[in-house]
Design a binder for this molecule. Sequence first.
Ligand SMILES: [Zn+2]
Length: 357
Amino acid sequence: MIERLADYPDVNIVECDDVMSVLPRLVCSGNILLVTSKGFVKRGTVSRLLESLGTDRVMVFDEVTPNPEKSHLQRASGDFAGKGIQQVIALGGGSVIDAAKVFCGLLSYPNYSLDELLSTDVVENRINLIAIPTTSGTGAEVTPFATVWQSDIGKKYSLYGVRPNIAVLDSSLTNSLPEKQTLYPSLDALSHAIESLWNINSTEQSREYALYAIDLICDNLPLVLNNPSDFLARKNLQIASSAAGMAISITKTAIAHAISYPLTMQFNVPHGLACSFTINSIINIFGAEQLNLDSELASKVQGLLRSLNLPNEIESYVSWDILLSELTTPLDPSRAGKFIINFEKLNVQEILLVAKA
Ligand SMILES: [Zn+2]
């Protein structure tokens, strides 16, 4: 099944059942930076990885937090500068892979600050990057962008141009994920696929990736939610996540993501929930045809989303009253502007009100 992703030109996709068995042949002979989060240290994954690669040449950064902060990454990068790092390995979810992309950018341009890199149109990565995703959602293992945040002023930034050279897909790393960490990333992947269809940059190739991802998610997400030990379904969700990542690598995301960022910034709503709870509402308001969606596909997606009762999920982070009255941040035009319908004519309040209903 992974063959459907094999023609993706930019990232070497390696599918396996045990990352430790393939990693030694993928790493370089020089110094390596391993970027991960504390959980993988606690679970022993990091020590297994160090055992297989040799501890003397691997530096570990395990302080990645969700929605990584710009100032934190800039400070941390000082520890690796001048250490002759030739390769970065990212083991974790989207935030870990995004942080690793930022470090690759900073290591590629040792005389640049992160602010300078973020204001560069496209960064040319000179450090080999291996991404090992441990959630199935962001597609960061195949995309050329990373998101970093500055929460004190409520801003998010994108770094462009750092794409992993290798993505190792070992779905056994996702087998023990709890329900929300399975559901929200899958919703993110679904949103990526849909957003790349109702997108001004949509191409034949991006549509192919997106439709493949949507089919896999609609068929396999309910199976995993019913039976978390359905490992074949988990494998399919991981493939879907990469396929959706390939789709947005071509198109970028659109209106549902533009609406999501203020929600994450102001109310801490997890990204996958924040970028998916408006999808049904957007389809209801504009209709499948205007959105470049096949009507059968639209109703399949809507059926899945309805069954998940996302308006209720939102309530566990922010009450609808507060959300509707206090969501004030304007839409990011770099995302909203990719929507197939002119976003300046959109009424976000209406989209939210229909989503709530
Ligand atoms: Zn997303």
